[in-house]
Ligand binder design. Structure first.
Ligand code: AKG
Ligand code: FE2
Length: 310
């Protein structure tokens, strides 16, 4: 390895920039391990100056870090493996963790800048591990036993947040997003499969909590989301051409700030397969509706090998 990799923290609770790496599919295993370790430690990592990467290069790099899923469980018309995050179709300006409406929640997402607006369009990530750790003890006791119902189809009129990964003006995209109904019950506290840390698993796909009605669910959801998204618990990234970000989707939520008017913005996302979350007592998430086996393998890092989808 000729390059010297260095990890520079960009926030107290979350986020680091990795310097000294030219990303490709040919990185040696020591570099891949260093990148994965930095991801686990800092939850979101940023690379600058990766202008050489195209979709193929991004995919080759992604394959060395994990097992790519197909683009999305339902949004499959705009790429096999790469999901375009395109401002003409949607603006993810609400707090979420990616694809939590299925049982096999992705391990990570890898996002590469393709076209950036002249101003605005940053992305914010929040650390769901520190959010859990900083809860008062009685709230930890509650959430340790709490389960949430996540779905890709919800009643927007009752949501206090915008539609997020959907563009409410783009009915076509919304129809595709909702073309198959998914519903999964996840523990609100999941044990991270690689670090053993406890992380909150919430975000805008939550419909309600198991055993709570919708107004009680809203009150509890707002209380917990406010903890997660406290500004000190976040990092904001102002994108430049050549940037690439990777987040640990098992330990973060994120929000794309829609403050760039009618400017065009596009980033390309590759999603890495993850495992099925487990609660603090080891119970796995439960599918209520929808089969996501076409979307993603179940990749359990404890087994270190790709497992057969269940
Ligand atoms: O547009 C962004 O910056 C992030 C969009 C998003 O939510 C994602 O790529 O998963
Ligand atoms: Fe997202």
């Amino acid at each position: 390895m000729s390059e010297q990799i260095s990890v520079v923290k960009v926030g107290g609770n979350i986020g680091a920039r990795i310097d000294g790496v030219t990303l490709s599919g040919d990185l040696d295993s020591a570099t891949i391990t260093a990148i994965n370790d930095a991801l686990l430690a800092h939850k979101v990592i940023f690379f600058r100056g990766q202008d050489h990467l195209d979709d193929e290069g991004q995919l080759a790099f992604a394959r060395s870090l994990g097992v790519p899923t197909i683009a999305h469980p339902t949004v499959t018309s705009r790429g096999d493996t790469i999901l375009p995050i395109d401002s003409d179709y949607g603006r993810a300006n609400s707090w979420h963790t990616d694809v939590t409406f299925v049982d096999r929640v992705p391990k990570a997402s890898i996002l590469r800048a393709v076209a950036l607006p002249e101003y605005g369009g940053s992305t914010i990530w929040a650390n769901t591990v520190t959010a859990y750790e900083q809860l008062p003890e009685p709230l930890k006791v509650l959430v340790d036993k709490l389960w949430a119902v996540h779905t890709n189809v919800y009643d927007y009129s009752t949501k206090t947040v915008e539609a997020g990964e959907l563009n409410k003006n783009t009915e076509e995209y919304r129809a595709e997003f909702q073309s198959t109904y998914y519903e999964t019950e996840h523990p609100v506290v999941r044990v991270h499969p690689e670090t053993g840390e406890k992380a909150l698993l919430l975000g805008h796909f939550v419909k309600r909590f198991v055993g709570f009605d919708s107004s009680e669910s809203t009150a509890l959801f707002d209380l917990l989301q406010k903890r997660i998204t406290k500004l000190e618990n976040t990092v904001r990234w102002n994108w430049q051409a050549g940037d690439l970000a990777i987040w640990d989707n098992r330990a973060t939520e994120h929000y794309a700030v829609a403050d760039y008017d009618d400017n065009y913005r596009r980033l390309n996302r590759i999603t890495l397969a993850g495992d099925i979350p487990r609660s603090v007592t080891g119970e796995q998430s439960r599918v209520v509706a929808g089969d996501a086996s076409h979307f993603s393998d179940v990749v359990d890092p404890r087994e270190s090998q790709r497992a057969i989808s269940v």
